[in-house]
Ligand binder design. Structure first.
Ligand SMILES: *Cc1c(COP(=O)(O)O)cnc(C)c1O
Length: 322
């Protein structure tokens, strides 16, 4: 990162940023990419390309865009949302999408885009079924509805299934992907789409104050991740399984489903999530509260199998004490 060649990205003259954008676009089977400070920003720009003011985006009720982006899509783009329920799993089905799709409705709110998250964060790192994604993509295309993929953790889906990134990418008009999560880079996400769309998004990024000059310093961290940190995500998945099994051995009602990837969602039963988080923190384990009685653990490149095994035993005891 220190040695990265840099230029002024506002003039598209930063070679390191340009390389990251081009490589990410190619990986996902798209024409162009835009490096953004956060995944929230790249989701905002991506959904905004597909949905007109006064239209809606459809997504899961636990989607990051509706639970974690603070209404930015409504605030900046005048977009409303309607959500389907997947019973907390985050698993998208073409039936759920088809029931809700209401494009071209005249004076009522029209569906501008469908948004899918893969893997699904609050669903517990759920990997979307590729056949469902293909069916959803085709349905949207047939009905003239846009398709945005929040692929913050698409890497994890790819490593879990072996399905190439571009096979997922080509099913969507816009894709946002994060380098700052399991990939281990300090900063940044990339939005990919057509050249025309990315030119518009680049302009909007500037509007948001997100034109960021010599960003190649941080983009170099993302390029490093691209070269070194994809295959090792399999370790994160394995270690999440070790953690979940260790919790389950002590607190058998906490784990609803064994983790598919690097996220473990746990029910706290009678106890409030905040209490569990505080007790775990006191024992040196960082969890997050994602619901009143739901906590989440995530494995990543800084934790070992042994760490996860021990953490699981401790968290299991804390959960069981309630
Ligand atoms: C983390 C995350 C994002 C982006 O988050 P930022 O903190 O804005 O980078 C988007 N979608 C999902 C599913 C995420 O987990």
């Amino acid at each position: 990162m220190v040695a990265a060649p840099v230029g002024d990205d506002v003039y598209e003259e930063d070679p390191t940023v340009n390389e990251l954008e081009a490589r990410t676009a190619a990986l996902l089977g798209h024409e162009a990419g835009l490096y953004c400070a956060t995944g929230s920003m790249s989701n905002l720009l991506g959904v905004g390309l597909l949905v007109q003011r006064g239209e809606e985006v459809l997504c899961d009720e636990e989607a990051h865009i509706v639970r974690a982006e603070l209404g930015s899509h409504a605030w900046l783009h005048g977009i409303t949302s309607r959500t389907w329920s997947s019973g907390g799993t985050g698993r998208a089905t073409v039936e759920a999408v088809e029931r809700m799709l209401k494009p071209h409705t005249g004076f009522l709110v029209s569906t501008g885009a469908v948004e899918i998250e893969n893997t699904h964060n609050f669903g517990g790192g759920t990997v979307q079924d590729i056949e469902e994604l293909r069916a959803i993509s085709q349905l949207c295309q047939d009905r003239g509805v846009g398709r945005h993929l929040d692929g913050a953790r698409l890497w994890n889906a790819h490593v879990k299934t072996g399905i190439p990134m571009h096979e997922y990418g080509k099913l969507f008009d816009t894709v946002s992907i994060c380098y700052s999560k399991g990939m281990g880079a300090p900063v940044g996400s990339v939005l990919v789409s057509s050249k025309e769309n990315i030119a518009k998004a680049r302009n909007q990024r500037k509007l948001l104050g997100g034109g960021w000059r010599q960003a190649g310093i941080v983009a170099a961290g993302a390029l490093y991740a691209l070269d070194h940190n994809i295959a090792r995500l399999a370790d994160d998945h394995e270690f999440a399984g070790l953690f979940a099994d260790a919790v389950n051995a002590v607190a058998p009602t906490a784990i609803r489903v064994r983790p598919e990837t690097n996220i473990v969602v746990m029910d706290t039963g009678e106890q409030l999530a905040g209490q569990i988080v505080a007790q775990a923190a006191a024992a040196g384990i960082r969890l997050s509260a994602v619901g009143e009685r739901v906590v989440r653990a995530v494995t990543h490149l800084d934790v070992t199998a042994d760490d996860c095994q021990k953490a699981g035993e401790i968290v299991g005891r804390i959960l069981n004490a309630g």
